[in-house]
Structures are given as C-alpha cells and as structure tokens.
Ligand binder design. Structure first.
Ligand code: NAP
Length: 328
C-alpha cells in the first residue's frame, strides 16, 4: 500500500502496513505527531490516520512565538519538522476519515469512510478542533468570496483593502496584526470591551496603527453583491446599528471539537470535548485522547504536545500489559 503526503512536503512512500498496529493515532496535529514520535521511538507499530492535511490548525498560523526553543517559527515549519521526526522513527501515515471505532476488547477496529478497517491494540484520539462559525447572515454565501477563517491562506488577497476581523481571543488578535501586512486597515470587531487574548497579543494589536477596535459590537450581516462590500453592525450596549465598508471579513470566534465520530463511544461534555484523566485515559479501556479535542483549560501547541507525550506513555503501558511484556 502506498501512502501519500498531502501538503507538508515530507515525502515518503510506504510499503506494506502491519495487519494489526500497536497504536493508531487519529489526527496529525501537534498532539498526534508528538504521540507518534514517542510511540515509534518505543518501537511500537504506530499509525497516524489523518483526515485532511497533516499539522492541524497550526498550519494556519503564520507565526508561532510561544513554542519553547523557537523564537519565531511558521506553524507549517514546526509541524513539518514534527512529521519528519515521527516518520524517521517509523510512524506510518495514511489519509482516511475514521467514522467509527469498534471496541472488540483487547483489539479495536477503526472503520473509515473508504470502507477500510484498521486494527490496533490501543487508540489515541488527537482529532483536534476546527473553527467555529459566526452564524451571521451572509457568512455562508460569501465564504471564499470575502469571508475567511485563515489569515495565512487568504490575507494576500486583501492588499491595500479595508477588512474586518471578528473575535477577541488570541487568534483574532494575532491574525489582525498579521493581516496588517496586506490590508490598509483592519477593524477588530469584538462583542465585549475587553479581550480574552493574552496580554502580549493585546499589546501588539494596540500598538499597530493600522488596527482599529470596535467594542461591544456584533456582526449581524455580511453584505454585498458579488463579493463582500460591508458588514452590518450592532452595538449591544446601546442598540445602535451601523454599516462598516469592508471587502473582507476574517472570523476567529473560537473552536469546536472534531469529535462527532466519537459520539456514544467515549464520555464527552456537552460541547463534545473528550473527558480524560491525568493519564489521558478516556472512559474506554485502551483508548486515550490528547490535545485540543480534550476538556482542558489551556489550548496551546505546547500543551497539545504535552498531552500527546502522556497519551503515548499510557498507550505504551497498556499495549505492553495486554501483550504481557510490561516492565514494572
Ligand atoms: P477563543 O480563545 O475561544 O476566543 C474566541 C473569541 O471569539 C472570544 O473573544 C469570544 O468572545 C469570541 N466569540 C465567540 N463566539 C462569538 C460569536 N458568536 N460572536 C462574536 N464573538 C464570538 O478562541 P481562539 O482565539 O480561536 O483560541 C482558541 C484557543 O487556542 C485558545 O485556548 C487560545 O488561547 C489558543 N491560541 C493560542 C495562541 C498562542 O498562544 N499564540 C494563538 C492562537 C490560539 P468572548 O471573549 O466574549 O467569549
């Protein structure tokens, strides 16, 4: 069987895959890649199943400044290095969408949309989270025609134009600063008068002369003819409505976990985040979970990697226990 790399440029052709893996990791972001590095280094038969593109959300991040050891690194470079490291230790990678996990006791089956079934002793969920939609009128109509969820991907289309950024977290603030490389003016529209994002991200945004802030305000509609021409705004404190002329709207209003395929299989909270203990064990024996898809307070690349290492350690001990080779 051949495996193909989608976009990280880490090329490798794979020959035969094992019939049964020691561990299968669902998701190829920092959490999954870290788990893969640890499990492969422990000489476990390790497979990553990735649905779209290796790297997860980090590949949408233009500059990472808070991953220790790298003062400033492009998100894609960071995860390319992680993928290379995992592959060099022997991790297999396939591109498939897992639809269902069947717990057959000591063996688990991962059923994919292609009809393929992968067998494994342990499973590590690292499926991450994706962007949340704003829910404003016109958002879906203008997606790809002025509405974007990725500054790195689409920023260059808005050279010398006036654009809006919606949200008040780290992503909105960091991306607003990044987008000033292209745009003439960036209006950050936030529903409160203070920001959720880190102080350093706030300082950088406040210091940028191309950024203006519109507080206590929600976007009610994204409007235009063939492309975005304006956003209709409402101040939630005084009810005043207004129009802001922009040709692009970048939406960064948080995350939703990629865990629909786990519904009814592992315990999750109401929002769909996976419940784990300190060892990254889920409610199902032999199934571990790490990174942004978990219930946790601090979603960072470094915490995802930390979770991934713990999940890998727990999975390794589980597999050794099942095989009767655990070193106690
Ligand atoms: P976030 O921290 O959840 O922030 C989402 C923002 O969107 C909040 O300001 C929220 O407003 C606003 N929002 C949510 N729903 C909205 C709606 N319907 N209408 C208007 N505004 C809405 O999400 P994020 O910025 O994507 O970050 C996700 C996680 O990744 C966080 O844990 C963050 O710290 C982390 N992250 C870290 C870095 C870094 O360390 N460099 C970079 C990027 C992301 P309220 O504040 O009013 O709720």
């Amino acid at each position: 069987m051949e495996e193909f790399n989608l976009n990280l440029g880490v090329q490798k052709k794979e020959t035969a895959l094992p019939e049964v893996f020691d561990v299968i990791i669902i998701g190829g972001g920092p959490a999954g890649l870290t788990a893969a590095i640890y499990n492969s280094r422990a000489r476990m038969k390790t497979l990553i199943i990735e649905k779209q593109a290796m790297g997860g959300q980090v590949i949408l991040t233009s500059e990472v400044e808070d991953y220790p050891g790298f003062e400033n690194v492009a998100g894609i470079t960071l995860v390319q290095n992680m993928e290379k490291q995992a592959r060099n230790f022997g991790t297999h990678i396939v591109y498939e969408e897992v639809e269902k996990i069947m717990d057959k006791g000591e063996a688990k089956e991962l059923h994919c949309a292609s009809g393929k079934i992968y067998k494994t002793c342990a499973v590590i969920i690292a499926s991450g989270a994706g962007y949340r939609q704003l829910g404003a009128l016109g958002e879906i109509r203008f997606r790809g025609k002025g509405v974007s969820y990725c500054g790195t991907c689409d920023g260059a289309f808005f050279r010398n134009q006036e654009i809006a950024v919606v949200g008040g977290g780290d992503t909105a603030l960091e991306e607003a600063v990044f987008l000033t490389r292209f745009a003439k003016k960036v209006s950050v529209i936030h529903r409160r008068d203070t920001f959720r994002g880190a102080k350093i991200a706030q300082e950088k945004a406040f210091a940028n002369p191309k950024i203006e802030f519109i507080y206590d305000t929600v976007v009610e509609e994204i409007a235009g003819d063939r492309g975005v021409e304006k956003v209709k705004l409402k101040n939630i404190k005084n009810g005043k409505v207004s129009d802001l002329a922009v040709t692009g709207v970048f939406i960064f209003v948080g995350l939703i976990p990629n865990t629909i395929f786990l519904k009814g299989f592992v315990k999750m909270d109401e929002a769909g985040y996976v419940e784990v203990n300190a060892e990254m064990k889920t409610s199902v024996s032999g199934v571990f979970s790490c990174g942004d898809c978990n219930i946790k307070t601090f979603r960072q690349i470094v915490t995802a990697c930390g979770d991934g290492a713990v999940a890998a350690y727990s999975a390794q001990h589980y597999v050794d226990r099942v095989k009767g080779t655990e070193y106690i």
